[in-house]
Ligand binder design. Structure first.
Ligand code: RAM
Length: 387
């Protein structure tokens, strides 16, 4: 019942939504994701429990309650700039952001760059400045290259925050981070060790070479790999598919051609992991080459399994709809002056969850959504319809 009412409301609000692509094309967003998406899998049976570092979702201390509350209703305009058009992960993120903004009375604007690069995002930022939006939330394709355009936005009175993939600290008020960087690095490295048996060659298939989030996870994996437990593993290379499906297929082909004895391909990108999983299965190599990383359950369900015919034993992700929602509420909190983005700030989302602003490793601040979830043969059926 509740779901039906929500769907009806969202359909009405979608019709009134202003959606503008960076290339000037107008596009409609997909229907919002299911409500169930806010729940963690019933059993997080990923091989390793991610370390508990979930500072953001803890209850705000009682004495901070006043600082953590504030009016999150709004009549302002909020622009989301995703990494690129055509990536279902970005669409889910946009669904959550839109839902949060519209539920609070605001106007949602989506800017989708044609390619996952800084240049396309700078065009989007300039468009948002011309439109006179009140806040820009951006998943950065490059940490530093966006700084001049985002500084101009800030100087025009626009609040700027990052989500999913951070800008540098100077270019944002706060970063909505899906999970702790170290946590993701440790989780993925542990998976590579477990799946390979701790020995042999492995490769990384990443997104854009400048993507802040993938680069920080890769750096974290590399530092975990310095530990003696990982001495038997050889990283043969980092390949970049630019979050484009065909490029990611081509890069997987390159990995397999250059390193026929590779045992694991780890793709910390939803586009990359799906491409790698398909190529490995299509080539009949799933008995000897395994794929893991960060994937959307809806895209990866067919490839997850324990048999020699399945390329992905297990993988991880967070809820991209929840990440979009968190960024939407954070944007409103900044515009309404409930937070400034400084360490120690907090706000309470309409569902009662208190979010804390903490120090980020790049010298800026962040709000961490939570630990990554593990998806495996036992829970993938449950989650493939959610996101
Ligand atoms: C891709 C994008 C996104 C990343 C996920 C895991 O969809 O690169 O930024 O967070 O993968």
């Amino acid at each position: 019942m509740k779901k039906k009412v929500l769907s009806a409301l969202l359909c009405v609000s979608m019709a009134a939504t202003m959606l503008v692509g960076c290339g000037g094309k107008e596009e409609a967003a997909d229907p919002p994701a299911k409500e169930e998406a806010t729940e963690a899998p019933a059993e997080d049976t990923a091989k390793e429990e991610a370390p508990a570092e979930d500072a953001a979702k803890e209850e705000a201390p009682a004495e901070d309650a006043a600082a953590g509350t504030g009016d999150l209703t709004t009549d302002k305009t909020y622009c989301l700039i995703v990494k690129s058009a055509g990536n279902p992960y970005n669409q889910k993120e946009a669904d959550g952001f839109k839902e949060a903004i519209e539920a609070q009375g605001g106007t949602f604007v989506l800017q989708e760059p044609a390619a996952a690069d800084a240049e396309s995002q700078i065009t989007c930022i300039n468009n948002a400045i011309s439109q006179g939006v009140d806040a820009i939330a951006i998943a950065a394709n490059d940490a530093d290259a966006l700084q001049p355009a985002l500084t101009e936005a800030k100087n025009s009175g626009i609040h700027v925050l990052a989500l999913d993939s951070a800008t540098n600290a100077a270019s944002r008020e706060v970063f909505c981070n899906q999970a702790g960087i170290t946590q993701v690095g440790e989780t993925l490295m542990e998976a590579v060790k477990d799946i390979s048996g701790g020995e042999g060659k492995w490769a990384i298939l990443s997104a854009a070479s400048t993507a802040t989030n993938q680069n920080s996870w890769i750096d974290s994996m590399k530092s975990v790999m310095e530990g003696s437990d990982y001495a038997g593993l050889e990283l043969v290379g980092v390949y970049y598919g630019d979050d484009e499906y065909q490029k990611s297929v081509d890069q997987t082909d390159a990995i397999l051609a250059e390193h026929p004895d590779v045992k694991v391909i780890c793709a910390p990108t939803t586009v990359g992991i799906m491409a790698a999983a398909k190529v490995v299965e299509d080539k009949g190599l799933a008995g000897s080459v395994k794929v893991t990383g960060l994937g959307l359950p809806s895209e990866m369900a067919d490839y997850i399994g324990d048999g020699d015919d399945k390329s992905c034993p297990y993988m991880f992700l967070w809820n991209p709809i929840d990440l979009g929602r968190l960024a939407g509420y954070t944007a409103i909190a900044l515009v309404n002056g409930v937070i400034t983005g400084a360490e120690g700030d907090s706000f309470t989302a309409p569902d009662g969850t208190a979010y804390n602003v903490t120090a980020a490793s790049d010298g800026g601040t962040e709000i961490i959504l939570g630990p990554p979830f593990g998806f495996n043969p036992e829970n993938i059926e449950e989650w493939k319809t959610v996101y």
